[in-house]
Design a protein around this ligand. Structure first.
Ligand code: NAP
Length: 484
């Protein structure tokens, strides 16, 4: 799939500088938004272009910036063709009877509000024009829109460039080539988007390697809300690349876990990581669940096999492995029989309290909202303590299962420094930032401390094993353990 960097330039100098940067970053062509230029100096830009150019003069009536008359606008596009534009984009709703020279015609349709009810028939009529390519760009307002646009791309194949705008649409911008999409639009850099949801060029080239995606590429995703800052795509795509696997891992913003099956089918997903806030809700959509999912009621992994959705929870074994190893370093034995305090009563606290109990630890839950912590403790058959009296438990193991300390509110800790002792094992599940105040305080007291990155990498490695049948390479895990 070709990458087209869409330029938000106001002058000829900016446009040419943007084109040079786009070429350096790996774009195949760029879109010159003539409607955003202050002066339409195409004669200064096009002859000096360093890479092929698609010229667009989007009118206001289709969400663009061109305020002049239709006659002026079509005159500008004709001028672009005369000056050697490689492609020209004309709206389906506009006349196209101007001389186009050798420029290839892209017919486009934009809807910034959503997906029109008759989008399939619009696309079919656009195809009848015989244009080189048909571009349909619609705002995806949720996963249902994303699934519908993915099906449209699959139906059109290489004749269609289906763009799902907005954060919900990102998977299609990246994976479109699986259904033959010939081109994806990128922003030159984060913050210079010309349409909502464009992925920065460098990310499309390096992280997602879109140019080598084809019909056989296996697709995986992290499903959650928010997902924009997930570290998983960088890790998984790097691992796929180093192992020579034709697979990609994308961010999938979803506000309804009940859409899981529709998404798996529309995007042809082979596996998913599930994150906030869907770990519990997703369980209802599974065909099978492993022992930890059945015990905790939460899944963070879905593997798709023969159309069946198999749920697993890799957070629990990952955290237990990390805690067991830390306990062995501290006490030369595991966590069995030790007094463990879990702070929090959300998804992670639930999973870790359940896991520690199963490992034979004596578990207390303390949560800011006392009733919620008490209810969870009673459900799991463990003990509970008041948030402000947690130190009275005299724990030997302390787990931060709250989100306190997470960026942007880093610098905070869910525990007073006086809670920590030398003879203690401590785990912080928060991993952005890696060095939290909670861990600093624990280490200053001499405790054996495990950070959230350690747990994150272990749970990701276990997901990879479920999907690929092998572990992530040790050197990759070591590298990310240093750099994440
Ligand atoms: P969650 O379900 O939203 O639960 C959040 C918990 O934090 C609740 O118990 C909440 O208490 C508590 N909390 C929030 N703000 C607080 C505050 N200011 N003071 C005291 N308690 C507060 O979240 P989750 O899914 O369990 O995730 C928790 C953390 O685990 C996140 O930081 C996440 O990034 C991390 N995590 C890490 C990994 C890993 O691999 N390292 C994996 C998964 C999750 P209330 O009940 O009183 O609201």
């Amino acid at each position: 799939m070709m990458i087209c960097a869409s330029l938000r330039a106001e002058t000829a100098e900016e446009a040419l500088a943007g084109m040079r940067e786009a070429r350096r970053l790996g774009a195949d062509l760029c879109e010159l938004r003539a409607d955003l230029l202050r002066r339409p100096e195409l004669d200064r830009i096009l002859p000096a272009r360093p890479l092929p150019v698609l010229v667009t003069a989007r009118p206001r009536w289709e969400g663009g910036g061109f305020a002049g008359s239709e006659e002026e606008r079509l005159g500008l596009l004709a001028e672009a063709c005369r000056l050697g534009a490689d492609y020209v984009d004309v709206e389906f709703r506009a006349p196209r009877d101007f001389p186009r020279g050798n420029a290839r015609l892209v017919i486009s349709w934009h809807d910034y509000e959503g997906v029109p009810a008759d989008v399939e028939s619009i696309a079919a009529r656009m195809r009848e024009t015989g244009a080189f390519a048909v571009k349909v760009a619609c705002a995806a307002r949720g996963v249902a829109d994303l699934a519908r646009l993915a099906r449209l791309q699959a139906a059109l194949g290489p004749a269609g460039i289906i763009v799902a705008m907005g954060e919900f649409g990102e998977p299609l911008r990246i994976l479109g080539a699986r259904w033959g999409c010939p081109l994806t639009y990128a922003s030159l850099r984060a913050g210079s988007e010309t349409a909502p949801g464009q992925v920065p060029l460098e990310e499309l080239v390096r992280t997602f390697q879109v140019r080598t995606i084809d019909a056989r590429t296996e697709a995986y995703a992290v499903m959650g809300n928010p997902v924009a800052h997930s570290k998983s795509p960088v890790l998984f795509n790097d691992v796929f690349k180093r192992l020579g696997m034709n697979a990609r891992y994308v961010r999938l913003r979803a506000d309804d876990a009940g859409q899981l099956r529709a998404l798996v089918e529309a995007l042809g997903l082979r596996g998913l990581s599930v994150t906030i806030p869907h770990k519990q809700a997703v369980v209802a959509s599974l065909d099978e669940a492993d022992e930890v999912v059945r015990g905790t009621g939460a899944a963070n992994t879905v593997t798709v096999r023969d159309g069946r959705l198999l749920g697993a929870n890799t957070d629990v074994p990952a955290a237990m492995d990390a805690l067991r190893e830390a306990a062995v370093r501290k006490w030369s034995h595991g966590v069995y029989g030790m007094r463990a305090l879990v702070l929090g009563a959300g998804g992670v606290a639930r999973a870790l309290a359940w896991g520690l109990k199963r490992e034979g630890a004596r578990v207390w839950i303390a949560n800011r909202t006392f009733e919620r912590g008490k209810a969870l403790a009673e459900e799991l058959g463990v003990e509970y303590a008041r948030w402000e009296n947690a130190a009275e438990v005299r724990p030997q193991i302390v787990v931060n299962g709250t989100s306190v300390g997470m960026a942007p509110a880093d610098g905070e800790s869910p525990a007073a420094p006086s809670l920590f002792r030398k003879d203690m094992v401590v785990l912080d599940t928060v991993y952005t930032p890696r060095r939290t105040k909670f861990l600093r305080d624990a280490r200053e007291a001499g405790a054996e401390a495990v950070d959230g990155v350690d747990m994150f990498l272990r749970q990701a490695d276990r997901q990879f094993r479920l999907w690929a049948g092998r572990s992530m390479p040790t050197e990759v895990l070591k590298e990310y353990a240093r750099t994440l």
